[in-house]
Ligand binder design. Structure first.
Ligand code: TXA
Ligand code: MG
Length: 353
């Protein structure tokens, strides 16, 4: 097990020197975890079926759940998707606007891709991450890199190298430690045709941002609002992002949330409770200290909650907490992605008040 610590490396050529070894291992079939701007990914050479199959074993991932393929530049689309020079207009516009960034496109898969990457599918998810460590590593590996989130299936996604090691220490060849991920929730997964754009998974790029650059309507996969339908992204059907503790989420009117949270605390005296709350909520959750994460005053709550959510769910699990209380956000902008993950983590214990 190797850890390559690049947290303090800001010089690109020095970064290349350190990443040469993990990149060579990736190319040769190894499993290397690395930071992206969303969450840590567990990478393997996307052209190597043996390596790609190891990802599923390491994570305990259901074999029918396809992987996202990561590239460092547009030339790397060769051998990943069909006809990269003849993309639909909407795809080109969105790539120009949001790549590198937290947006994954569903496109026709190239036959050279390892079958395990796209089990039984004619399409593949592809993304160019906006993180210097990820981009440099992929470029040096000189192959497209299949990478799901680097967690055990079902657990919250990892946003630090420590989170990765907690789940996968024994299963992988190494991790590149680039510090905490700045966004903290996964990329938006979208399928764009000439008629419309369908969001399969809300994420770092919001529907509003997509609408602003596309000429066709942007709609949500009906599964996201009607959970009974089969989701278009196979990964969205599994129990996901869930800590061991029960998660409870309130959003809506601020005063109503305050009284609901206070009442919950009174009713569960004697149990171990923890909370994630906006700045200024200290006195509402006073009885729970120190098992409280209070957002900083310096940025919008949705962004702070997004960055910290997964890591904090893990941290509270270590404390043996029974219930985690979360003050949610309106499901708009980045809030749509955060509330989608909270919906899953809470297994539906999400209350609008
Ligand atoms: O931000 C991210 O996307 C992170 C980082 C590492 O890039 N990766 C990530 O991968 O979240 P993963 O495997 O945990 O989630 C991939 C999602 C799953 O819901 C999967 O079903 C969906 O994308 N997906 C992948 N390929 C697909 C395809 N061909 N058609 C439909 N959905 C697909
Ligand atoms: Mg995942």
């Amino acid at each position: 097990m190797n850890v390559w610590d690049v947290r303090e490396i800001h010089d690109p050529s020095q970064l290349e020197v350190i990443l040469a070894e993990p990149a060579a291992r990736l190319h040769a079939g190894g499993l290397i975890a690395f930071p992206t701007e969303t969450v840590y990914g567990l990478g393997a050479n996307a052209w190597d079926d043996t390596a790609a199959r190891r990802i599923f074993r390491a994570k305990g991932r259901p074999a029918d759940n396809p992987l996202i393929v990561h590239i460092a530049d547009l030339d790397m689309l060769d051998g990943v998707i069909l006809h990269p020079d003849k993309l639909p207009d909407g795809v080109e516009r969105a790539m120009a606007a949001f790549w590198p960034g937290p947006l994954t496109f569903i496109l026709p898969a190239h036959p050279r891709l390892a079958p395990a990457v796209r089990p039984g599918m004619t399409t593949v998810g592809v993304r160019m991450p906006n993180h210097p460590v990820a981009r440099t590593l992929i470029r040096l590996a000189n192959c497209p890199v299949a990478a799901p989130s680097a967690n055990t299936s079902g657990k919250p996604s990892p946003t630090t190298a420590g989170d990765v090691l907690e789940d996968l220490n024994q299963q992988i060849d190494g991790v590149v430690d680039g510090g905490a991920c700045p966004i903290g929730v996964e990329s938006t997964v979208v399928a764009i045709t000439d008629e419309r754009a369908v969001i399969y998974r809300p994420g770092g790029i919001t529907p509003e941002q997509l609408s602003a650059v596309l000429r066709q309507p942007v709609v949500l996969d009906p599964h996201l609002t009607q959970p009974t339908d089969a989701p278009m992204a196979p990964g969205m059907k599994y129990r996901h992002y869930a800590p061991a503790a029960q998660v409870h989420v309130w959003w809506g009117d601020v005063e109503a949330i305050r009284s609901a949270v206070s009442a919950f605390i009174r009713q569960h005296a004697g149990q171990r409770l923890a909370a994630l709350v906006p700045h200024g909520w200290r006195e509402v959750v006073e009885p729970l200290h120190p098992l409280v994460w209070e957002a900083p005053a310096t940025e919008p709550y949705a962004a702070a909650l997004s960055r910290r959510l997964y890591h904090q769910l893990r941290a509270f699990d270590h404390e043996g907490v029974h219930h985690i209380l979360v003050v949610g956000v309106p499901p708009e902008g980045l809030g749509a992605a955060v509330m989608n993950r909270l919906q899953k983590a809470s297994e539906g214990r999400l209350y609008r008040v």
